[in-house]
Design a protein around this ligand. Structure first.
Ligand code: GSH
Length: 369
């Protein structure tokens, strides 16, 4: 039998949902393998350095971790139905949306899953069967309870704190309304087919908002255009040959979304960057930064939201900046012009120390003198 690519992950998982929707859209043959306890805790740990999902194995036996890297690698190999726009503003905006979808939305997903107890039955069922297939249900329940305990233990750090629930709920409702209004006019973020920006955004929407019963009913089903987009992301049409918006345009319905990104996500990146620079003063050369630093305060809607600063998030922003710096001058000018219209000029002034990814962490790259 011809060997295919294998995706190790759970449909419950944020970043597995992202890669799953990508693989389906591209029509790349793959085995959808719910990751079990042995593979997660032993094999993946050994091969990638982190106990994390998703991971893919290639037919050559290579293990690749990190949804962004997985998609980048597969894009280089499978050139049909590309998910990176070819025009500068859309390309830059799609990369930024990937970073925002991956990183900013994590507290929303964690809150809507763990603050509503009716979601637990699905988690217990799916995670139990995945972790310990063929084991008795009572053992599956026990092991899932430990995993759930670990995930609940991360809630405070990502900002899911009771005193912030009202702000988080309000922000989520307003942002989902903006996205619903956009998808009422356009099939995907930048036009007729999904781009890397849509795959970033679907991380939150696939497993957490779209499958968990409370948010699926209370947040998604009430917004039919958003729900229809999610359905297109879940079950892509294999035959359509769509295009993005003409003339490198960004739909006007996304203007308020990008304004929020620059008013909220950008200050978070600046706050993380300050902390990273301070931490680097005492970091031995070649060592990874801690996965989480101290709290960072970020504007969110009408309020201020506090969450742990993840240096990894800067690595995602660095990728977007790299795209800009690799562009020819006329393309950079087009990006700058768009940024100035959506309040994002300061994004280009982010002065991030060069970072290399290592699993879920990042390592400052020591400059040769
Ligand atoms: N940046 C990574 C993040 C992967 C990630 O956070 N995966 C979650 C599940 S959705 C996980 O395994 N977390 C374990 C942990 O944080 O220790 C990616 O894009 O793949």
């Amino acid at each position: 039998m011809k060997k295919t690519l294998t995706l190790y992950g759970w449909h419950l998982s944020y970043f597995t949902g992202k890669v799953l929707c990508y693989l389906r859209y591209k029509g790349i043959p793959f085995t959808d393998q719910p990751v079990n306890a042995y593979t997660l805790m032993w094999r993946i740990k050994k091969e990638t350095g982190a106990m994390v999902m998703p991971v893919i194995t290639t037919p050559d036996g290579e293990w690749i971790q990190d949804s962004t890297v997985i998609i980048e690698r597969l894009e280089a190999q499978f050139s049909h139905r590309p998910v990176t726009p070819t025009t500068p503003v859309q390309q830059f905006a799609a990369s930024l949306m990937e970073a925002w979808g991956d990183e900013w939305w994590v507290p929303v997903a964690m809150h809507t899953r763990w603050s509503y107890s009716e979601n637990y039955a699905l988690f217990e069922h799916d995670a139990g069967r995945a972790l310990l297939p063929y084991f008795p249900a009572f053992l599956q329940r026990q092991v899932v309870a430990r995993v759930a305990g670990k995930l609940r233990g991360m809630l405070h750090s990502v900002g899911v704190r009771p005193e912030q629930f009202a702000l988080l709920n309000q922000w989520t409702g307003e942002m989902l309304d903006l996205l619903d209004a956009h998808f009422a006019q356009h099939d995907f973020l930048f036009g007729g087919h999904p781009t890397i920006g849509d795959f970033g955004l679907v991380g939150t929407m696939y497993g957490h908002l779209g499958r968990d019963p409370w948010p699926a009913r209370e947040l998604i089903a009430k917004r039919p255009a958003l729900q229809a987009w999610l359905e297109r992301m879940r079950h892509p049409d294999p035959h359509n040959t769509p295009t993005l918006l003409d003339g490198d345009q960004i739909a006007s319905t996304l203007a308020p979304v990008f304004k929020a990104i620059f008013a909220e996500f950008l200050p978070m990146l600046e706050g993380i960057n300050q902390q990273v620079k301070t931490a680097m003063l005492t970091l031995p050369a070649g060592k990874a930064l801690p996965r989480v630093l101290a709290d960072v305060a970020c504007p969110m809607g009408q309020g201020t939201f506090y969450r742990g600063a993840l240096p990894y998030t800067l690595w995602m922003a660095q990728r977007t900046l790299d795209i800009y710096h690799a562009m020819p001058a006329h393309a950079q000018a087009a990006v700058r012009e768009w940024l100035s219209k959506v309040g994002g000029s300061a994004f280009l002034t982010l002065d991030i120390p060069r970072l290399r990814r290592s699993g879920l962490r990042v390592v400052p790259v020591t400059q040769a003198v």
